[in-house]
Design a protein around this ligand. Structure first.
Ligand code: FES
Length: 146
């Protein structure tokens, strides 16, 4: 088999694997999964948290706050694909919001946007929302104690 045909075959295998992994998820979920946003760490963040979920996976989140709004937000995780996907969405919708508004983001907002989540991925969305809340609460507590 020549190089080009081998590359095409590997591409097809990769696509088939991706399709089988994403079976049962909406198009919106697939798009977010394939192009996650806000991955990374803010070095001079105003707040940084690390939260571990029931499955043992962790999301680290860092925030920059300017005039009461989330001006930047990044995350890293050792968790699964759905965790990355849900944290991507949560950070996207949190960015630019006032702290009080971002605190209103709920697990059901994530589930609703993705038009439902398979049972085994629901805790991943909950972990993403929980991490955002923990970060905002930590930031607010630090401000109160200044
Ligand atoms: S399996 Fe642990 S957060 Fe998704």
């Amino acid at each position: 088999m020549d190089k080009r045909r081998r590359a095409q075959k590997l591409d097809k295998i990769a696509r088939d694997i991706q399709e089988s992994i994403l079976e049962g998820y909406s198009e919106r979920f697939k798009n977010e999964f394939l192009s996650p946003q806000n991955i990374g760490k803010i070095e001079d963040a105003d707040c940084h948290v690390s939260i571990t979920g029931v499955c043992g996976d962790t999301i680290e989140m860092s925030l920059s706050i300017k005039n009461g709004r989330i001006s930047d937000i990044r995350f890293m995780t050792d968790g699964c694909g759905p965790t990355i996907t849900c944290a991507s969405y949560v950070t996207r919708i949190a960015k630019g919001k006032f702290i009080e508004e971002a605190l209103q983001i709920k697990f059901t907002d994530v589930e609703g946007y993705f038009q439902g989540l398979p049972e085994e991925s629901r805790h991943c969305a909950k972990l993403a929302v929980m991490t955002l809340k923990a970060a905002l609460e930590k930031y607010s507590a630090n401000q109160t104690n200044k």
